[in-house]
Ligand binder design. Structure first.
Ligand SMILES: CC(C)(COP(=O)(O)OP(=O)(O)OC[C@H]1O[C@@H](n2cnc3c(N)ncnc32)[C@H](O)[C@@H]1OP(=O)(O)O)[C@@H](O)C(=O)NCCC(=O)NCCSC(=O)C[C@H](O)C(=O)O
Ligand SMILES: [Mg+2]
Length: 299
């Protein structure tokens, strides 16, 4: 499926039960919002949260991606969530704890039966041992339908496995890389898990930087204060933009016309680097357009 949005630097979870957070989220500079009807909502508040969210989405002016995390679709709450999401003008439905491709097929079938527009994607949370073990198969089969992104759930991974990773997530890295590889092999976007310590700004930056080096497209965040760090680390740096401009300019010179490989600032540069450089500049332009669109109301 063709992607319609490419900015995924920061994707903010907003609990569907929290009216104040919903109201505030409209003015935040996140690239996307996951409106959560699953883990952040207590069982007795599921129905009222869904109704609150329906009203909020009908009036929302948020300019980025809108995603609704639904309850497991085999439950009554999940079916009601999907029905609400289908008519809410959102970009994607996020399915929790996806463990096999059948779960995606069931969700896609439900959306098709509800005549959901083809532009409504499915995102899948990979957050259980089975989900990680089968990530490639889930991605390969899922892209034939509506699947367009994986979202890592590190809290549930910890819960299900008892893994106790260090501050650099050393012990988690093989599983995270397995999810990233499965996504990239199948053209999916992939988002890193949340960083839970709201007081540790340095730790958040370190984890965002590590996630970017690993190939994640962005970070899921839980608080407005985490948006700017994620945006800045997952966006191209000034140095990357400068390098990209130099590469585009060098290939544009008449003496380099038709050459496959050239030297720029002492480095070998091939046409694949030109493709990469154009991508960086297009992201820069998209970020500038996005900033112009969004007012600055972050906490
Ligand atoms: C963690 C929080 C409960 C903290 O909330 P609070 O105590 O209200 O924080 P502050 O007082 O610092 O908030 C300052 C203002 O910002 C607003 N706010 C806070 N969080 C959000 C938010 N997520 N979106 C929008 N606005 C937010 C407050 O309302 C304050 O506003 P104001 O009144 O104007 O001052 C809270 O941050 C929170 O609930 N975060 C999201 C939690 C969540 O959704 N969790 C579930 C997903 S995480 C997960 O489990 C991923 C995966 O499944 C896994 O397994 O890993
Ligand atoms: Mg989870």
């Amino acid at each position: 499926m063709t992607k319609t949005h490419s900015l995924l630097r920061s994707i903010l979870y907003v609990p569907g039960a929290n009216a104040r957070a919903l109201e505030k989220s409209d003015g935040l500079r996140a690239d996307g919002i996951i409106y959560d009807l699953e883990d952040a909502v207590a069982p007795e508040a599921k129905g009222s949260s869904r109704e609150k969210l329906r009203e909020h989405l009908a009036a929302s002016q948020f300019p980025g991606l809108k995603i609704v995390r639904v309850n497991p679709i085999e439950t009554r709450e999940g079916t009601e969530d999907i029905l609400m999401a289908r008519g809410a003008g959102i970009d994607a439905v996020l399915l929790p704890k996806v463990e096999d491709a059948d779960m995606l097929e069931d969700a896609a079938r439900a959306l098709n039966e509800m005549d959901a527009p083809p532009s409504l994607r499915i995102w899948a949370m990979i957050e259980t041992p089975r989900g990680i073990a089968r990530a490639e198969k889930i991605a390969r089969k899922g892209v034939r339908g509506r699947l367009s992104a994986f979202v890592v759930g590190t809290n549930d991974i910890r819960l299900a496995t008892n893994i106790q990773p260090d501050a650099n997530r050393t012990e988690l890295l093989p599983w995270l890389m397995q999810i990233v590889l499965a996504a990239k092999a199948n053209g999916l976007d992939v988002l890193d898990g949340v960083f839970g310590d709201l007081r540790d700004a340095e730790g958040l930056r370190r984890e965002c930087a590590a996630g970017r080096r690993m190939g994640f497209d962005g970070k899921t965040v839980i608080h407005p204060s985490q948006i700017d760090p994620a945006n800045s680390i997952f966006g191209p740096s000034e140095a990357e933009i400068g390098e990209a401009e130099a590469i585009v300019a060098a290939f544009g010179r008449p003496d380099n016309a038709g050459r496959g490989v050239i030297q720029v600032d002492g480095r070998m540069i091939e046409r694949l680097h030109l493709t990469q450089a154009r991508r960086v500049l297009s992201r820069r332009d998209e970020i500038a357009a996005r900033s112009a669109e969004t007012s600055s109301k972050d906490a």
